[in-house]
Design a protein around this ligand. Structure first.
Ligand code: SF4
Length: 463
């Protein structure tokens, strides 16, 4: 057999895609593929694409232009490079990708990754397979498990997909079309995956799904479990110190999930809860199925359960028909909640979604001006929150070496990066840190107690 083949996977977009990219790499490992971070070295290049952002498909085509040059250079050296397009753009564009980008050898949608080895074999035979089906078999049953080595290389914090797809049909969103209807993985399979990750040194698990709090997977008792119940079960896995979950819909914040925020010390006091707009008129046009008051009620209930909680959110500005009054309602919501951070974007039409057909589209300069005002407000609240962290002591999960010698970097409970001068042996540990300095993107601190003596944990590759 020739030496190990190499696969380069470029992930665009959300955590779901990062997770899917890992699972693709795991599935290709038994086929003799080792991961590389250098596309020029690769025998297989996979672009794992995202359809959420503006001009997503165009960005993929321009990236494919760069990949084509790599493929041509390899061919001049007598080396064949296979090019695959995966993810939501693959799902949405299908055969169009092969038509527009002749360098692409195969197209695979998000529900068919487990078929990659078969698709690759077909591509090797000169076919150009396209698989954008929603297969009846569960891809999670077929996908290979990550090796211990792969898990260690990926670090002490891991994602686990527990739910896919969405039934909400917000009028701006492609997810219900690209990822299909809501499905939840059974509890037992998620627990097994969490145990395997913990065994390989993972300390923090983020349960992910397009609409994760709609989770309703089958429990060991044969009944549908809520996300709250699932979190309780994962918290029992030895070695798992921290839990998070994303992305949630405000309408699916059910009681057991809200209670978990108070009951589970492992569940971090940071909740990403997208609202998109502060205006009821726009929320209705978005088909969000909740009002501003409903959203604020959820926030209040989570705060009652866990007074230390902080929130982040997603916002869309310039949705069709958005007036200055609607936008002012969004700004006032930002002030009312006082987010610790948030993502905000200009509305951009996604072909095939109802909002793309709405006639009252907002001019780009108006959107840009509103976005700048919104981002200014969000940054102000984020800076306030970070400033209030100065002098506080909280637990930090150390993840990797820092940029400077002798420094290591971890995450606060609120997902802020925290830089500390300390031994690399602490990577993988949760230690109390007193915050001494705050900058725009990082906190700086000192260990609040002497580091425990221990043998180094061989967790991170490289520096
Ligand atoms: S709930 Fe989220 S994923 Fe589902 S349609 Fe709305 S924005 Fe898209």
């Amino acid at each position: 057999m020739s030496g190990a083949r190499k696969v380069y996977i470029k992930s665009f977009g959300c955590q779901m895609n990062v997770y899917d990219s890992h699972r693709m790499a795991d599935t290709l490992a038994p086929e003799g593929f080792a991961e590389t971070t250098t596309p020029e070295d690769a025998d297989l290049v996979i672009l794992n694409t995202c359809h959420i952002r503006e001009k997503a498909a165009e960005k993929v085509y321009s990236e494919l232009g760069r990949v084509r040059l790599i493929k041509q250079a390899a061919a001049r050296e007598g080396r064949r490079v296979t090019v695959a397009v995966a993810g939501c753009v693959a799902q949405a564009e299908g055969a169009e990708i092969i038509r527009r980008a002749p360098s692409v050898d195969l197209v695979v949608g998000p529900q068919s990754y487990h078929r990659l080895p078969t698709l690759l074999a077909r591509a090797t035979r000169g076919e150009r397979p396209i698989d954008t089906e929603f297969p009846v078999e569960d891809k999670f049953d077929v996908l290979a498990a990550p090796s211990r080595e792969a898990t260690r290389r990926r670090g002490v914090s891991a994602f686990v997909t527990v739910q896919e797809g969405c039934d909400k049909f917000c009028t701006f969103c492609v997810v219900p079309y690209t990822r299909g209807a809501e499905t939840s993985r059974p509890v037992a399979k998620i627990v097994t995956e969490a145990e395997r990750l913990a065994d390989a040194g993972v300390r923090e698990i983020t349960l992910i799904g397009q609409n994760v709090n709609a989770y309703h997977g089958e429990g060991p008792d044969g009944r549908a479990w809520t996300l709250g119940r699932l979190l309780h079960r994962i918290a029992e896995v030895p070695g798992i110190a921290r839990l998070r979950y994303m992305t949630s819909h405000p309408g699916d914040m059910e009681d057991s999930l809200i209670a978990a925020h108070g009951d589970l010390p492992a569940l971090m006091p940071y909740l990403h809860l997208p609202v998109q707009s502060g205006s009821d008129r726009i929320l209705a046009a978005m088909n969000r199925r909740h009002t501003r008051a409903d959203y604020l009620d959820v926030i209040a209930r989570v705060r009652t359960a866990q007074p230390a909680i902080v929130f982040s959110s997603d916002f869309i500005v310039g949705f069709p028909g958005e007036t200055e009054d609607d936008f002012a309602a969004t700004l006032s919501l930002v002030d009312e909640v006082g987010y610790a951070g948030a993502y905000s974007f200009k509305y951009s039409a996604r072909p095939g979604t109802p909002a793309a057909e709405m006639t009252d589209q907002i001019p780009d300069d108006v959107k840009a001006e509103r976005l700048a005002r919104l981002q200014h407000a969000i940054e102000r609240h984020q800076a306030d929150f970070n400033a209030r962290c100065r002098g506080r002591t909280f637990d930090v999960l150390f993840e990797k070496p820092g940029r400077h010698p002798g420094q290591i970097v971890g995450r606060s409970p609120y997902l802020q990066a925290v830089q500390v001068m300390a031994e690399a042996a602490l990577i993988g540990d949760v230690e109390p840190v007193t915050i001494t300095e705050v900058s725009a993107n990082s906190l700086f601190g000192t260990l609040a107690r002497p580091a425990p003596a221990r043998a180094p944990l061989l967790m991170q590759a490289g520096g």
